[in-house]
Ligand binder design. Sequence first.
Ligand SMILES: Cc1cc2nc3c(=O)[nH]c(=O)nc-3n(C[C@H](O)[C@H](O)[C@H](O)COP(=O)(O)O)c2cc1C
Length: 215
Amino acid sequence: MEKDLSSYRKSYEKHELLLKDVPENPMELFQKWFLEVDQFFPEDETNAMTLATIGIDGYPKSRVVLLKKYTYEGFIFYTNYESEKGKAIAKNPNVCLSFFWHGAERQIIIKGTVEKIAENLSDGYFESRPRGSQLGAIVSHQSEVIENRTILEDKLKALEQELEGKDIPRPKFWGGFIVKPIELEFWQGRANRLHDRVRYRLQPDYNWEINRLSP
Ligand SMILES: Cc1cc2nc3c(=O)[nH]c(=O)nc-3n(C[C@H](O)[C@H](O)[C@H](O)COP(=O)(O)O)c2cc1C
């Protein structure tokens, strides 16, 4: 099988990113871009981001997770702490997040270190989830091999009956992580492949160094 993709070509011409316009704090630029994409290109699933970890087998692995909150401190997502990514993070908390918002021709790449959020915050978010998602989180031993789908569905049904009318407690193996950034790169597609790239790097005095990078 073979398919030549050399004629696939797109020119990026919608926006620009100039050093004179960027704020001192990268989270403010993140917020500006996030809100713009969310408003004008909602089909981009704005809060879907790729999380890359260094696996315990030494290989990097990336997968999509949903950003559920951001603050000046960092980016929060929820998952199973015992999943492949959970185990990778326990061994090496250095991770990379990336967003590709194709409607706006933008990419953001974030390096950082990740840690579990406080238990009460995970409890609060778990409580806010629909019942079906709560039960799903309990029955799925994420990333483990299972014989077939029926096993999962049977476990879900049994648990639904067992917990009918009762509150569903958050399982200890499920909760939030926060990625605290040390570097953020904002990429804005431009014409003739002369894209804009602005990189922020956290300095020892907690200020951000800002540089333009060659595309
Ligand atoms: C759009 C989208 C959103 C997802 N959101 C999450 C999420 O928020 N948390 C999560 O654990 N997995 C999420 N997943 C599934 C992950 O990509 C992945 O399959 C799962 O977390 C297991 O990854 P691991 O085996 O590398 O740990 C999402 C997948 C997609 C495509």
